[in-house]
Design a protein around this ligand. Structure first.
Ligand SMILES: NC(=O)c1ccc[n+]([C@@H]2O[C@H](COP(=O)([O-])OP(=O)(O)OC[C@H]3O[C@@H](n4cnc5c(N)ncnc54)[C@H](OP(=O)(O)O)[C@@H]3O)[C@@H](O)[C@H]2O)c1
Length: 156
């Protein structure tokens, strides 16, 4: 089973200059707690943007090239989706934009930190139709002037 996890602005902003836009402590803690012990799947640009491998998680990188430092490189995305979509195990899709877009049709859960701002961005989360998901708010918070909600969407 695939679960997407992301922090997005009101305009679906995800990233800029191959870096994150939001640095919200509670979001980072939620990300770490939710994904620890699981497989995390990311595109090669997101991998490049990380300072280090994500600890206590199997780091799977999607790329047309081999990335020896990753725990695993996936070259054929369609094949990977077909082989893993029916597993009980929750596999976390952690970005970036191109990877979210390709996994969105197959993801059972979306854990989204919805940030109440519209920052400048060059990568965006794909549009999705909320009528096809149940929405459960996990928590609402504020960091400085920035308000956010951590929400779990589950496909009906
Ligand atoms: N807000 C958040 O929660 C969040 C989370 C993660 C990332 N981000 C941000 O998102 C941005 C990066 O997103 P992005 O869309 O530019 O890049 P990305 O999705 O991280 O990586 C794109 C790369 O993935 C590989 N790829 C994609 N589709 C593939 C396929 N079907 N088969 C094989 N390889 C494939 C290609 O790698 P090769 O070129 O190596 O072949 C491609 O260049 C950054 O700004 C990052 O900070 C935000």
């Amino acid at each position: 089973m695939f679960s997407i996890i992301a922090a997005i602005g009101k305009n679906n902003a995800l990233g800029k200059d191959n870096d994150l836009i939001f640095h919200i402590k509670e979001d980072m803690d939620f990300f770490r707690k939710t994904t620890t012990g699981h497989k995390v799947v990311m595109g090669s640009k997101t991998w490049d943007s990380l300072p280090t491998k994500l600890k206590n998680r199997e780091n799977i990188v999607i790329s047309r090239h081999n990335i020896p430092e990753a725990d695993k490189t996936v070259n054929n995305l369609e094949d990977y989706i077909a082989k893993n979509i029916d597993t009980q195990e929750e596999i976390f899709i952690i970005g970036g934009g191109s990877i979210y877009a390709q996994f969105l049709p197959y993801a059972k859960h979306l854990y989204l930190t919805e940030v109440d701002s519209e920052p400048e961005a060059d990568v965006f989360f794909p549009e999705f139709d909320k009528r096809f998901y149940r929405r459960k708010k996990i928590k609402h918070g504020k960091q400085g002037e920035l308000e956010y909600s951590i929400v779990k969407y589950t496909k009906k």
